[in-house]
Ligand binder design. Structure first.
Ligand code: DQA
Length: 146
C-alpha cells in the first residue's frame, strides 16, 4: 500500500489566498492540496491535507497519524509559537515530521522566532511561500524511500 503523508494546517490557514496576500500570497489551501497530491504521486506517496482552527483537533489528527501516516508535514500557524500540547503530540509520533511556514518567520516579529514544533521537527522550511509544502513533500519522498 502507498504510504500516506498527513499535511496539517493550523488556525487562519483556511483563509489562505484572502488573508494578508502580501505576506502569504494568492494561492489557496485547495491549491496547496492539489500541488502536494501531484508531488506525492511523483515520489510514490499519497497525501491528505487537513486544516483546523482548533488546537485539540490538530492534536487528535496527530494521534490518528500514529496509526495511518508514514510522515507528517505541519504548518501549525500561530500554534507554532505557543503550543506545548502540539509538541507533546508530535513527540508521541514516530515517523518524520517536517515543519513548513509560508512566510519567513525569522524576518518577522520576535514572537514568531520561537517554535515549539522545531524541537521535534526533522526539517524546517520557512519563507518559500506555498512552494515550501511541495519541497517538504519531495523531502518526504527521500526520507521514506525504501
Ligand atoms: C505561518 C507563520 C505564523 O507565525 C503565523 O501565525 C501563521 C502562518 C506561516 O506559514 O508563515 O499563521 O505559520
Amino acid at each position: 500500500m502507498t504510504k500516506l503523508i498527513t499535511i496539517l494546517n493550523g488556525p487562519n490557514l483556511n483563509l489562505l489566498g484572502q488573508r494578508q496576500p502580501e505576506v502569504y500570497g494568492h494561492a489557496t489551501l485547495d491549491d496547496v492540496a492539489t500541488t502536494c497530491a501531484a508531488v506525492a504521486a511523483e515520489v510514490g506517496l499519497t497525501s491528505q491535507l487537513l486544516q483546523s482552527n482548533h488546537e485539540g483537533q490538530i492534536i487528535d489528527w496527530i494521534h490518528e497519524a500514529r496509526l495511518k501516516a508514514a510522515g507528517i508535514i505541519i504548518n501549525p500557524a500561530a500554534f507554532t509559537h505557543t503550543s506545548v500540547a502540539i509538541l507533546d503530540a508530535l513527540n508521541a509520533y514516530d515517523g518524520p515530521v517536517l515543519e513548513v511556514h509560508i512566510s519567513n518567520v525569522h524576518k518577522r516579529e520576535a514572537f514568531r522566532h520561537k517554535s515549539y514544533v522545531s524541537l521535534r521537527a526533522d526539517g524546517v522550511i520557512a519563507g518559500f511561500g506555498v512552494d515550501g509544502y511541495a519541497l517538504a513533500m519531495r523531502r518526504m519522498g527521500s526520507l521514506l524511500a525504501d
